[in-house]
Write a protein that binds this ligand. Structure first.
Ligand code: SF4
Ligand code: SF4
Length: 370
């Protein structure tokens, strides 16, 4: 395992972080806790979870594992998050997380999911930073962190808004979107902050469509997983790269990649990023932030199906909706859409969701006529 110092905190953490957002059987707490514990045995010491992940089971699964891990006496660090803004709501959610995680304190508590440039200032107005300060003073959280999908100079502005409180930043960054997000890493590094990357594997897209990405595997690497992880771990300023593990096999595969880690040179990083540029905006990473459609339209599923259209044609997308998600007529489903654009405003990848809906509607109508 690789280890490093976590920004200005002075803590030593593993450079591979456990992403607790992709457990394959979230209803099976013990089986999934074993996945967490296998990573810990393999040397991982940074564990990231959140309320809502995996049908709201991730914190509970992690908590089951942490209870056992504490018995070893070996250190590990836990990150979780809140999207709440009001101090009372933040406290309630923090206390609930502590209970589910079976911890006395959260190491890294994140102001979660800042996706619009104005998000932090509007949450500040409701008291978010005041509430985080208070939790830290009381010892319920140890470090204040921030989680974002913002691009370019927006991150710098957001960190300026943070009143110097943020000690680490979680940012969605991978070989596809590096050209849009790396400025954020540099802004955090200038402030002595640790940087943790999420979406290291493009929200699973890179490994799920390995054949498609085969041409992006670097010489000497065994898989796109290896290239993607090497890429993030080689970026100056990146402290920890999260990988979302579904099962023990994922953990084993990734630990093996870390064991044979070779850093990429600056020219390799530039070449890889240039090669991927342009693909980034096409794909939905399944992050789920668009899932609160007031009309109940399953935007995440539709965009996952659209990913298939990009990779295998529109028929594959319509079949995915019909046979996997049991939606025989996408056009009928989308007739409920009021075009309010709330989903597009939330989209971390800034995808043209409504335009994609139109394409899917047309394809669905054509399929009905077949
Ligand atoms: S634009 Fe349509 S799908 Fe998106 S949130 Fe509004 S009603 Fe839902
Ligand atoms: S459409 Fe955008 S917000 Fe919704 S899941 Fe995909 S990437 Fe995330």
């Amino acid at each position: 395992m690789l280890y490093t110092t976590f920004g200005n905190t002075g803590l030593t953490v593993s450079r591979l972080g456990f992403g607790g957002m992709r457990f394959e059987m979230p209803e099976k707490t013990d089986e999934m806790a074993a996945v967490v514990m296998r990573a810990f045995e393999g040397g991982v010491t940074y564990f990231d979870t959140a309320p809502d992940y995996c049908d709201d089971q991730s914190e509970t699964i992690c908590g089951r594992a942490f209870k056992e891990m504490k018995k070893t006496g070996r250190p590990f660090y836990v990150s979780t998050k809140t999207m709440e803004s009001a101090p009372d709501s933040i406290r309630r959610q923090c206390e609930r997380s502590l209970e589910r995680l079976q911890l006395d304190a959260i190491d890294f508590y994140h102001v979660w999911c800042l996706v619009q440039p104005e998000d932090l200032s509007s949450r500040k107005a409701k008291g978010v930073l005041r509430a985080f300060r208070q939790l830290k003073e009381e010892g319920l959280i140890r470090h204040i962190s921030v989680s974002t999908h913002l691009e370019h100079g927006y991150v710098e502005a957001m960190l300026d808004e943070g009143e110097g409180l943020f000690e680490s930043m979680l940012i969605g960054l991978n070989m596809q979107n590096h050209h849009l997000r790396f400025a954020g890493v540099q802004a955090a590094e200038r402030r002595g902050m640790a940087v943790v990357t999420m979406n290291t594997l493009g929200g699973g897209i890179l490994t799920q469509y390995e054949d498609y990405y085969q041409k992006s595997v670097r010489p000497g690497d065994a898989s796109i997983l290896e290239s993607a992880l090497r890429f993030n771990l080689s970026l100056p300023g990146v402290t920890v790269a999260l990988v979302g593990f579904r099962n023990i096999a994922d953990v084993e595969d990734t630990l093996a990649v870390v064991e044979r880690f070779r850093p990429m040179s600056a020219s390799e990083i530039a070449e890889t990023s240039a090669g991927m540029k342009g693909l980034y905006r096409e794909f939905c990473t399944q992050c789920g932030y668009c899932s609160n459609c007031p009309q109940g339209i399953p935007v995440v599923r539709l965009m996952e199906a659209y990913n298939r259209a990009l990779l295998a044609g529109m028929d594959a997308s319509i079949k995915q909706m019909r046979y996997h998600w049991n939606v025989p007529d996408v056009a009928e489903l989308l007739a409920k859409c009021t075009q309010c654009r709330a989903c597009e405003e939330e989209c971390t990848q800034q995808l043209p969701i409504l335009a994609r809906f139109e394409e899917m509607k047309e394809a669905s109508k054509a399929a009905q006529l077949d």
